[in-house]
Structure formats: structure tokens, C-alpha cells
Ligand binder design. Structure first.
Ligand code: ADP
Ligand code: 5GP
Length: 189
């Protein structure tokens, strides 16, 4: 019985969370992504209600005051992200398992709220040097932004022991297989 179960994926930026998430959602049709709210503008082909609910800073802070978030963080200077209570309720009513893509602090917070109902997974880069190479290779950030993300990643890696499982994303197929195995055990499938 998987009613009320949740899966949390967290990682320092550039560790491969988005890449891993795409593969996992394809493998497990019973998972549904919790769409967060953010005050950052859409990037590229992002659509409201698909990757995020895009709101103004003012709206975000009003929603915080109204208690609409289970957790929220200022992830990068001035940009807010938050997990909506309404998303969790919507997905649970549909009988599906929720999967969250949140930053490391958000992952720790969600695990502390949901306890044994949640499987929390930390995706670890093989090294800081590899992380920098991947961020450079992705080509979405300026050199300064890359250095900020790398510095933050070094802090975030200290949170790994607070997760149920840490998976090093060196070989992508190996990392995905390891995460899929953990999800199968958690969902008893
Ligand atoms: P995140 O969502 O954690 O910021 P991405 O999924 O965007 O990270 O991955 C960062 C970059 O690293 C992307 O260009 C992606 O294609 C690449 N990447 C992800 N996993 C691997 C891997 N195991 N080996 C090599 N490159 C990878
Ligand atoms: P991006 O702007 O690249 O989409 O996301 C930046 C970071 O914010 C990522 O680490 C992502 O996981 C995180 N994030 C997205 N939604 C949430 C959320 O609802 N809560 C928290 N704490 N972090 C989030």
C-alpha cells in the first residue's frame, strides 16, 4: 500500500538531479512530481504549472503568510522556492506517490516532517572538480554563478548523512539503477 508515501531527491546544483529525475519518472508511472512555487522567472521552455508555479515575490510572501507552504527556502539570493500543501493533497487524493525535487535544506525539512513515509535521497557529485566541469559543460551559468554554486555545494555536501540514502552520480546508469532499486524496495514493488 503506497498511499501517503513520498520520495525526496536533493543534490547540490550540477550533481545531476534533473537528469536522474527524468529517468526515474519515466520508469515509475505511479510517481507524480510535486510542482513547487517560485519567485524566479521562467527559463527557456518552462511553463507555468509544469516545472513550477511562477509567482511574483509579493505573491510568494503573501502565500508564506497565508500558510500555503509545507517548507520554503531562499535558495539563491532573493529567489524563493516552496512546497505547496495543495500539491501534496492533490497528488495523494489521486492515489499516487509524490516525488519532490528540492534543495538540500528543503529535503532535510521534508524528511523531518514526513519521517518513515518518506524516502530521502541525496545525489552526490563524484568530486568538486567534476561538479565544476559539469556546470561549465551545461552552459547555463556565468563563471561567477558557477563559482557561487560550487561554494554552496561544498556546504550542502555536509548534509548528506541526514538523508536515508546517498548515491554518487559518477556513471549515470549505475546511479539511476541504484536509486531505482531503493525506490522499488521502498514501494515494495
Ligand atoms: P542538476 O539538476 O543537479 O543541477 P543536471 O541534471 O542539470 O544537474 O546535470 C548537470 C550537467 O551534468 C548536465 O549537463 C548533465 O547532462 C550532466 N550530467 C548529469 N549526470 C552526469 C553523469 N553521470 N556523467 C556526466 N555528466 C552528467
Ligand atoms: P532551479 O532554479 O534550478 O529550477 O532550482 C534551484 C534549486 O531550487 C534546486 O536545487 C531545486 O531543487 C530547488 N527547489 C525547487 N523547488 C523547491 C522547493 O519547493 N523547496 C526547496 N526548498 N527547494 C526547491
Amino acid at each position: 500500500m503506497n498511499q501517503g508515501k513520498l520520495i525526496i531527491l536533493s543534490a547540490p546544483s550540477g550533481a545531476g538531479k534533473t537528469t536522474v529525475m527524468r529517468r526515474i519518472v519515466e520508469t515509475f508511472p505511479q510517481l507524480e512530481f510535486s510542482v513547487s512555487a517560485t519567485s524566479r522567472p521562467p527559463r527557456g521552455t518552462e511553463q507555468n504549472g509544469v516545472e513550477y508555479y511562477f509567482v511574483t515575490e509579493r505573491q510568494f510572501l503573501d502565500d508564506v503568510a497565508a500558510g500555503k507552504f509545507i517548507e520554503w527556502e531562499e535558495v539563491y539570493g532573493g529567489t524563493h522556492y516552496g512546497t505547496l500543501r495543495s500539491e501534496v493533497e492533490r497528488i495523494w487524493v489521486s492515489g499516487r506517490v509524490i516525488i519532490f525535487d528540492v534543495d538540500v535544506k528543503g529535503g532535510v525539512k521534508l524528511k523531518s516532517i514526513f519521517g518513515r513515509s518518506a524516502l530521502s535521497i541525496f545525489i552526490m557529485p563524484p568530486s568538486v572538480a567534476t561538479l565544476r566541469e559539469r556546470l561549465t559543460g551545461r552552459g547555463t551559468d556565468s563563471p561567477e554563478a558557477i563559482e557561487r554554486r560550487v561554494a554552496k555545494a561544498e556546504q550542502e555536501m555536509r548534509y548528506a548523512p541526514q538523508f536515508d540514502l546517498t548515491v554518487v552520480n559518477d556513471d549515470l546508469d549505475v546511479a539511476v539503477a541504484c536509486i531505482e532499486e531503493a525506490i522499488r524496495r521502498f514501494l515494495e514493488i
